[in-house]
Design a binder for this molecule. Structure first.
Ligand SMILES: Nc1ncnc2c1ncn2[C@@H]1O[C@H](COP(=O)(O)OP(=O)(O)OP(=O)(O)O)[C@@H](O)[C@H]1O
Ligand SMILES: [Mg+2]
Length: 608
């Protein structure tokens, strides 16, 4: 129950509601029991049984308050019978019974009413924390996890936790109280019979606990499989063009149906087990009741130690405590499932962010002199993808990174934005290690244009506002003009308020690139990191993008991962990468004059 306990911390802000729930449940249990007890005088009246008391009881002579209360009630009833006869008394008793059941259900509803705030509050806070924490987690975490699994934790597992909190409260308050009150009344009616009933409880308890044993394992499997399910759906929708283009519908369908079959399989097993809980405890209950009938019947018929009415009342009470016993066994399963879900939820919350700000990190920072890489080595997993990289870019310069695919160019951009921390060596800006600058301050000085344009399903305006929240329409149009994007945005039916579709799919490739450039321009950062897209654009849009890039780099310090000859040519420093190492460094003319990798690369490009 460890994980579940951790989740219960989320209930703390709502503890007032928990208290109200507990109070209401106490009344629920009390009136539930009284309602059953009130059947006794009714049956006694029906069959003309029951104690007749014609002398008004006196509190000073009674041996207990309880006896005094019962005697008073019987005295009152005797009076009533004499006055109104059995029919009139019956109506009166029915009125009492109805009132008691009404009160019981009223408090039952109130208990649920209050707990609703707690349940939904937990869901809200938990989801907010999960989302907030997810935003904090480093990029590396997302490379290792399945997105669908994370989604399933934030959606399905949180729901599971929610429903089990309710079960938990029922388990520890409502049902135990109902049982307690019930047992107390039963004891009062007949201690003998109650002891007899109690013999059966440990036996049932043992049988029921056996059932719950494998539940957590099954439940975890079900939730894991639902993560796979979500992942598949998410990837399918994201890659629908490729799936259709490669006529891969069948293979995706079969992959999906394998997942649903496994899911089906696991949830069948889980539900079969859960479904057993009800019938098993009901049957065990009936066994107890029939044993009671036999034993209690003897007491009524042969030994005459209790009245028929009391016996029926007792039976009703016994049945009444069976329901909570059943509910408790069900609730304990639900809590077990909740624990499995809580474990999955907590594992996100407990994932430590490895990319942290040092306590003395700068909160505000202005770039003034240079960016320096000193002997930087880096590995994502096992193999070093950058080895001993040293370079320097002075303020105002443009550094171009060139080299074959997989040589580590994007990795350098990742390290500078601190999406990952270097494995060895250091990166510093103005002589200060970037680990000593707050991530937010560091990233505010940088504009990032990634290799693939990352846009959101929203209007152009809102996509641009990510760059600068306070931007005015003029600012946006200015940025769009620099990015060479205004000419197409202007023509859109709703201008900058046009929705660009999922991941910007209503735009062309070149338009998307220009829009992400505009977003970076709007941010107007001193340092620009640009991972040029390699995707082949037609000559015209290539030129449009090229002009956009040149506009953007003007008067800025830029690190450009360059594929276009013209971008490279104008760079102050060109770094040629090969398998994670710098093999050549210089400007265009100096590199062309040495007959090396760079010259070969350029010659290859010129042939295209
Ligand atoms: N998230 C990751 N986890 C593990 N390995 C990675 C990850 N990202 C990149 N790599 C590996 O690191 C190496 C360098 O990748 P990088 O993305 O820096 O190449 P690149 O020079 O940008 O290539 P391209 O020109 O194709 O974009 C590659 O071998 C790649 O397989
Ligand atoms: Mg790359």
């Amino acid at each position: 129950m460890n994980y579940f306990k951790k989740i219960l911390r989320y209930a703390l802000p709502y503890k007032g509601y928990a208290v109200l729930n507990i109070l209401s449940n106490a009344f629920y249990a009390l009136f539930g029991t009284l309602a059953m007890v009130s059947l006794i005088p009714m049956i006694n009246v029906l069959f003309g049984e029951g104690e007749k008391i014609s002398v008004k009881p006196d509190i000073t002579t009674a041996n207990s308050y309880m006896n005094f209360a019962i005697d008073s009630f019987n005295y009152f009833l005797t009076q009533k019978l004499e006055q109104d006869g059995p029919e009139g008394t019956l109506v009166f008793l029915i009125f009492i019974i109805i009132s008691l059941f009404l009160l019981k259900n009223l408090f039952g509803y109130l208990a649920l009413y209050f707990i609703t705030f707690l349940r939904n509050g937990i869901v809200k806070d938990l989801r907010n924390d999960l989302y907030g924490h997810s935003l904090e987690l480093p990029i590396a975490y997302y490379s290792d996890q399945r997105k669908g699994d994370l989604m399933s934790r934030i959606l399905a597992d949180v729901n599971e936790v929610q429903s089990s909190t309710l079960s938990f409260l029922e388990l520890i308050v409502r049902e135990p109280l109902t049982i307690l009150f019930g047992l107390a009344s039963m004891f009062f009616i007949s201690a003998d019979l109650t002891l007899f009933v109690l013999l059966f409880i440990p036996v049932s308890g043992f049988l029921i606990s056996q059932l719950g044993k494998k539940l957590k394992k099954h439940s975890t499997k079900v939730q894991e499989e639902s993560g796979v399910l979500l992942s598949t759906i998410e990837e399918t929708f994201g890659g629908i063009r490729v799936i259709k283009g490669f006529v891969a519908e069948k293979s995706f369908m079969s992959k999906f149906s394998k997942t649903t079959s496994r899911y089906n399989n696991f949830s069948n097993r889980l539900m079969h087990r859960q479904n057993l809980a009800g019938p098993v405890s009901e049957f065990l209950g009936i066994v107890t009741i029939t044993a009671l009938l036999w034993y209690g019947g003897n007491l009524v018929l042969v030994k005459h130690t209790i009245s028929g009415g009391a016996f029926i009342g007792f039976m009703s009470l016994a049945y009444q405590i069976l329901t909570p016993a059943k509910a408790m066994s069900k609730a304990s399963y639900s809590v077990k499932r909740g624990n499995a879900a809580a474990e999955r939820v907590m594992s996100i919350l407990e994932t430590q962010n490895t990319i942290t700000d040092t306590p003395d990190a700068l909160t505000k920072f202005d770039f003034s002199t240079a960016i320096t890489f000193e002997n930087v080595s880096f590995k994502y997993d096992n193999d070093m993808v950058l080895k001993n990289v040293s370079l320097e870019v002075k303020k105002g310069q443009t550094l171009a990174l060139v080299g074959q695919s997989g040589s580590g160019k994007s990795t350098i951009a990742n390290l500078l934005s601190r999406f990952y921390d270097v494995t060895e060596g250091s990166i510093s800006i103005d002589g200060r290690d970037i680990r000593q600058i707050q991530k937010s301050a560091l990233r505010s000085t940088m504009g990032l244009v990634t290799q693939e344009s990352i846009l959101f399903n929203d209007s152009i305006r809102n996509n641009l506002l990510l760059g600068k929240e306070s931007a005015t329409d003029e600012d946006m149009i200015h940025a769009l003009k620099i990015a060479n994007a205004w000419e197409f945005v202007e023509k859109l039916p709703e201008g900058i308020d046009t929705n660009i579709g999922d991941s910007g799919n209503k735009l062309s490739g070149g338009q998307k690139q220009r829009l992400s450039i505009a977003r970076a321009v709007l941010k107007n950062p001193p340092i620009m990191i640009l991972d040029e897209a390699t995707s082949a654009l037609d000559t015209e849009s290539e030129q449009l993008v090229q002009v956009a890039l040149e506009n953007m780099m003007r008067n800025r310090t830029s690190i450009v991962i360059a594929h276009r000859l013209s971008t490279i040519k104008n760079a102050d420093i060109i770094v040629v990468m090969r398998r994670g190492e710098i093999v050549e460094m210089g400007n265009h003319n100096s590199l062309m004059s040495t007959d090396g990798n760079y010259k070969k690369l350029i010659e290859l490009q010129s042939f295209q």
